[in-house]
Design a protein around this ligand. Structure first.
Ligand SMILES: NC(=O)c1ccc[n+]([C@@H]2O[C@H](COP(=O)([O-])OP(=O)(O)OC[C@H]3O[C@@H](n4cnc5c(N)ncnc54)[C@H](O)[C@@H]3O)[C@@H](O)[C@H]2O)c1
Ligand SMILES: N[C@@H](CCC=O)C(=O)O
Length: 541
């Protein structure tokens, strides 16, 4: 244990590299992409620090070229889930006993490795496996993940420093113990940073973890485990398994030592897991912590005083960056009639210039959606809108799966504020707009607040300060992240703590102290320096 109260290095957000065409940084990244594209990587599970291969080799193909096989991963079964739980529990007491500075050092070193020697590798893996363009991968796999790692260390020390007051003659302290048992991280395909953050932030707080990444994010998940190993994470602290989600959840969530779920993904899956936890409540040694960040139907509300170019740009970037596959993506917009023709014209002009294709060509702004299911889902919404009497595809609407899963940026206009594409999460490059009469501003605010089950992100565009204040109040519970004159995507760790409520999650704000608090169980300690020797109150003589 340490003989000093040390301070961790001051933290600032990792600068986003510009990747200017022709620059050394873009050349280096694209060269790494091309090299990794050709390698037939074999990706084992990592249990107790050991590589685990099975006879079930699953082919990995890239969304931008579904016939291209860039490697394989080894799928496990329920025996591997048992092994992962066993390894986590075996690693627990040593990890728990290690001084916090050592835990901090491991994750700070991991941040440095990603910022330096692993930057191109983790970025290229994300581009190949998850089809992100150079900028989108840089803000996710490099910068956001680095920020999570560094800021969480800072938040941990701030938390540890929070101590109660002490009356005369006593000393009160609190300590932030890891949860008893093991934790379970289940992560989505769309953000490498999220998949890295969920298991690592629990481990940072002294917990041991079973981690099940999405089968569509296996390549960058492997790089995360490589980095953690090189950073010195002891064997068994984080165990990565590639197993069926539902079966794994059934097994893990029935275990008496299950202590906490850290989930990010769709609403339906999270609700299913919450129900399983409820059904098992009598089996556990402690009440498990449940944190889930889930789906969204994120709004852009536009006031007649808004700036047209700012609105159109916010919509184009908010809806179509990473093919709309951000939980925060702008997917419904409410635009006053007086501005609509102008906003539409600017959007059409911008969308016309968007290039679509593989991330290997950095000039492609839109890449492929993640898989066939997603492609078919988007196609369904577009085809039904084309046939609907109350909706119309007004921009885009093309799709092409001949090489990759490409869906063009699409705008649907509807006259029905409850039309399917304006209330359901699509998770693709499809924005639905509803045009309201300018005088119906207040009614439209109510519609934004009540027409979907979600409450994740949302934006108000207005120059009129009274209108901003009205929207701010009327939409108080309509989003967990609220933006004024900006797109509803792109939260930065340490700047806009991220998460939503209603059907969008437990709002425990990833990358903040609020989230880390969920992974500790506080013990209060009171020490009395001179203990009383008689039971009598002073007035009893
Ligand atoms: N709110 C947020 O912060 C946030 C961030 C990113 C993504 N998301 C949401 O995630 C979704 C997209 O990601 P996705 O497609 O990977 O989500 P998903 O729900 O399909 O999968 C998430 C994880 O759950 C696993 N899983 C799937 N079915 C399961 C089951 N029945 N039981 C247990 N685990 C199961 C998957 O294998 C994966 O690891 C969207 O709904 C998006 O809004 C939310
Ligand atoms: N934190 C990201 C979204 C993560 C969900 O997919 C953003 O703010 O855009």
């Amino acid at each position: 244990m340490s003989k000093a109260i040390s301070k961790v290095p001051a933290v600032i957000n990792e600068p986003v590299k510009a990747y200017i065409p022709g620059s050394d940084e873009v050349k280096s990244l694209i060269a790494t992409y091309k090299k990794m594209w050709k390698e037939k990587t074999e990706i084992p599970m990592i249990i107790g620090g050991k590589e685990v291969k099975t006879d079930k080799k699953i082919k990995l193909s890239s969304p931008q070229d579904h016939q291209h096989n860039f490697g394989f991963y080894f799928e496990g079964d329920m025996s591997h889930v048992d092994q992962a739980i066993g390894s986590a529990l075996a690693a627990k007491s040593k990890w728990n006993a290690l001084g916090w500075e050592h835990r901090a050092s491991i994750f700070l070193k991991a941040a440095e490795l990603i910022a330096g020697p692993y930057r191109d590798i983790i970025n290229a893996a994300t581009m190949i496996g998850q089809s992100k363009n150079v900028h989108q991968t840089e803000i996710d796999a490099a910068c956001e993940f680095i920020d999570f790692l560094r800021f969480n260390v800072e938040f941990m020390t701030e938390m540890y420093a929070e101590q109660p007051v002490s009356d005369k003659g006593i000393w009160n302290r609190v300590e932030y113990r890891p949860l008893e048992g093991f934790c379970f991280a289940v992560t989505p395909f769309n953000f490498t940073a999220i998949s890295g953050n969920l298991p690592t932030c629990m481990a940072l707080m002294g917990n041991v973890v079973v981690w099940k990444p999405s089968d569509k994010q296996v390549y960058s998940a492997k790089v995360i485990m490589d980095v953690l190993k090189e950073a010195g994470l002891p064997d068994g602290v984080i165990n990565m398994i590639f197993t069926d989600g539902k079966e794994t959840a059934e097994k893990v969530l029935a275990h008496p030592d299950f202590a906490g779920l850290h989930f990010t993904g769709s609403t339906k899956v999270f609700q299913g897991m919450w129900k399983m936890i409820g059904d098992n409540i009598h089996n556990y040694k402690s009440y498990p912590r449940i944190v889930g960040e889930t789906g969204g139907k994120d709004f852009v509300m536009v006031h007649p005083s808004a700036n047209v170019e700012a609105v159109a740009t916010g919509l184009v970037r908010g809806a179509f960056e990473y093919q709309g596959q951000k939980c925060s993506a702008a997917s419904r917009a409410y635009i006053p009639k007086s501005l609509w023709n102008d906003v539409k014209a600017v959007m059409e002009a911008q969308i016309k210039t968007i290039k679509i294709g593989s991330p290997e060509d950095p000039s492609n702004f839109v890449n492929a959606v993640i898989d066939k299911n997603s492609f078919e889902k988007c196609k369904g919404y577009i085809d039904r809108a084309n046939a609907a009497s109350d909706a119309n595809v007004i921009i885009g609407g093309k799709y092409d799966d001949s090489k990759g899963w490409f869906v063009h940026p699409t705008v649907i206009e509807t006259i029905n504020p409850y039309y399917e594409s304006i209330v359901e999460e699509i998770f693709g490059p499809i924005l639905t707009v509803y045009i309201y009469e300018d005088e119906n501003w207040n009614e439209t605010l109510k519609l934004v607040d009540t027409s979907t089950q979600y409450s994740l992100t949302g934006s108000i565009f207005a120059q009129d300060r009274y209108a901003i204040e009205e929207a701010y109040k009327a939409l108080e519970n309509a989003s967990g992240n609220f933006y004024i004159n900006d797109k509803p995507t792109g939260a930065v760790v340490g700047q806009q703590p991220f998460g939503g409520s209603r059907a969008s999650g437990t709002n425990d704000k990833a990358g903040s102290k609020m989230n880390l608090l969920r992974w500790v169980s506080v013990r209060s300690i009171k020490e009395t320096f001179v203990s009383p020797k008689d039971y009598k109150y002073p007035y009893l003589g």
